[in-house]
Design a protein around this ligand. Structure first.
Ligand code: HEC
Length: 151
């Protein structure tokens, strides 16, 4: 099928505009932060290991940013997830939460993990090591059920 020249020109100009936009958005500054760790969660080593491998990229101040985070608009999406993830739950500032809030988060963590809502679905294929095995889940559940006594 042959397209009229005019259509070809429109397509070519549109692609150039898209490319120019893509290049331009690379210059929008994005916060890529790791604030100081001020009060990391105290938990048994096996529990902490699970959180570290599956949750810390979004729920701590020790985010490891992947290389593709240098490319907008991916960097914007990641910054948004890390910011809102930390706001909801930050293992690096866990000890600063009052005890009753810690207790609520503890329950909430198993609710999210047990239902498969966390870690976020798109994160796991990109970070296969973060996939939670049944035994990882059992470790988190036991910790969550134990309450504060399960330090
Ligand atoms: C890719 C980023 C990412 C990863 C990885 C991730 N989370 Fe989240 N999490 C978020 C974001 C963003 C929110 C807030 C928005 C939402 O609820 O979807 C959130 C919300 C939560 C909440 C809700 C807090 C509340 O009180 O409502 C809990 C609990 C939670 N995450 C636990 C976990 C646990 C446990 C893990 C690891 C097993 C984990 N998350 C892994 C991004 C992530």
């Amino acid at each position: 099928m042959t397209y009229p020249l005019r259509v070809k020109r429109i397509v070519r100009v549109s692609l150039l505009i898209l490319l120019a936009l893509f290049v331009m958005i690379q210059f929008v500054p994005v916060a890529k932060t790791n604030p100081p760790v001020t009060g990391e969660i105290v938990a048994p080593a096996d529990v902490k290991a699970v959180f570290r491998k599956s949750c810390y990229d979004c729920h701590s101040n020790e985010t490891v940013y992947p290389w593709y985070n240098r490319v907008a608009p991916v960097s914007w999406l990641l910054a948004r997830d890390v910011t809102s993830g930390r706001k909801q739950l930050n293992f690096s500032a866990w000890q600063q939460m009052p005890q009753d809030r810690q207790n609520r988060k503890r329950k909430k963590i198993w609710k999210e993990v047990g239902s498969g809502d966390m870690p976020l679905w798109f994160y796991v294929p990109l970070h296969p090591a973060a996939k939670m095995s049944d035994s990882d889940k059992a470790i988190v559940k036991a910790w969550s059920d134990a309450g504060p006594a399960g330090k």
